[in-house]
Design a protein around this ligand. Structure first.
Ligand code: GZL
Length: 339
């Protein structure tokens, strides 16, 4: 009888020890955790080494940003040859820098970065370069003179987007006296700086177009509404709102309606991104034009990484193809918009 007890005890101890060993191998570490040395060569089980990609995203400030995040997660998440480590910086550069340092420690195979602002990247990108990890910029750039710190910038021509926004106004409002409120994107962001430059350069010789107020709405709906509300309390003699993204324009539309004015008629609405809500607003007569800025950059990022790993030379700027939507063209396109 005693023997049975002893054997039973040994069996229980054996099962417990084996179960404990099995658990430590299946533990998966989040991007920001301190890594194990082998993290960068995750095995796809078929013997081939996965490419481990670290992506430092800005946050979730707009519909555009959400569409870009979905594109990245879908692209890498559905490909067994890749493992994606994704971090959301909640709009803070220091969180993006921390994430990049974590990716370097984990010895990832490549780093993707959507830089929230243009400046302050030199030292952390030099650390990535010294670690032999290629960096790809997505959708926003960094200040000039740092081209050696990244392989390619994959994104739009923001100056052209600003010019396209102004061109609609020039083509449709002619030489009528026009007071403009400009809702700017995040302070210091390349998308904001260049959309401002493109728009203002395009109208600098047109005396009838006057920017009477320019203020950041930080690319968010809430802030765009807040800034517009405050301005309308001071002055309703505004003919155009130019918003650096559709989300701020949607916020401004709400503020204009609440002030008893008709957006799209009393005050023309011009914005950039091409999210579905902007197309719907044009259909509803509440907005006038949206300049497309492609957020579906996941496939281009994946291709750039594969090309780089295959030893190909990549363009320093991989441009997105984009269009301008207004009137019937915007209404016809609405059903097919994917974000
Ligand atoms: C543009 C991107 C901008 C979008 C905004 O490439 O960086 O940031 O226009 C987003 O909607 O917040």
């Amino acid at each position: 009888m005693k023997n049975k007890w002893v054997w039973g005890l040994i069996a229980v101890m054996l099962v417990t020890v084996l179960a404990a060993c099995g658990k430590s191998e299946s533990k998966s570490e989040p991007a920001s955790a301190s890594p194990s040395a082998s993290a960068s060569t995750a095995n796809s089980g078929s013997g081939n080494k996965k490419l481990v990609i670290g992506f430092a995203q800005i946050g979730a400030e707009s519909g555009w940003r959400d569409a870009e995040t979905k594109s990245i997660k879908d692209t890498f998440g559905n490909d067994p040859a890749f493992e994606l480590k994704f971090s959301d910086a909640q709009q803070k550069q220091e969180n993006q820098i921390k994430a990049i340092r974590s990716f370097i420690t984990q010895k990832v195979d490549a780093i993707g970065l959507a830089p929230v602002v243009e400046t302050g990247w030199e030292s952390v990108l030099k650390e990535a370069k010294d670690a032999g990890i290629p960096v790809f910029l997505l959708d926003r750039g960094i200040s000039k003179g740092n081209e050696d710190l990244y392989v390619s910038f994959i994104g739009s021509d923001f100056i052209k987007e600003g010019q396209n926004a102004a061109q609609w106004m020039i083509d449709n409002l002619g030489d009528a006296p026009t007071n403009i409120v400009q809702l700017e994107g995040t302070v210091g962001a390349s998308a904001a700086n260049d959309r401002k430059k493109g728009f203002e350069d395009a109208i600098k010789d047109k005396a009838n177009f006057k920017i009477v107020y320019s203020q950041t709405g930080d690319f968010t709906r809430a802030k765009g509404k807040e800034v517009m509300e405050a301005y309308l309390k001071k002055d309703k003699n505004i003919q155009v709102v130019y918003a650096h993204n559709d989300d701020m324009a949607m916020g401004a539309i709400q503020a204009i309606e609440e002030a008893g004015l008709k957006p799209g008629t009393d005050i023309k609405i011009i914005s950039i991104d091409g999210i579905k809500d902007a197309f719907q607003a044009i259909k509803d007569g509440k907005s006038n034009v949206t300049v497309e800025c492609n957020p579906l950059l996941g496939p281009q990022l994946k291709q750039a990484i594969l090309d780089y790993k295959a030893g190909k030379t990549l363009d320093k700027w991989i441009k997105s193809n984009e269009d301008v939507f207004f009137g019937q063209k915007a209404i016809d396109a609405l059903p097919n918009r994917s974000y």
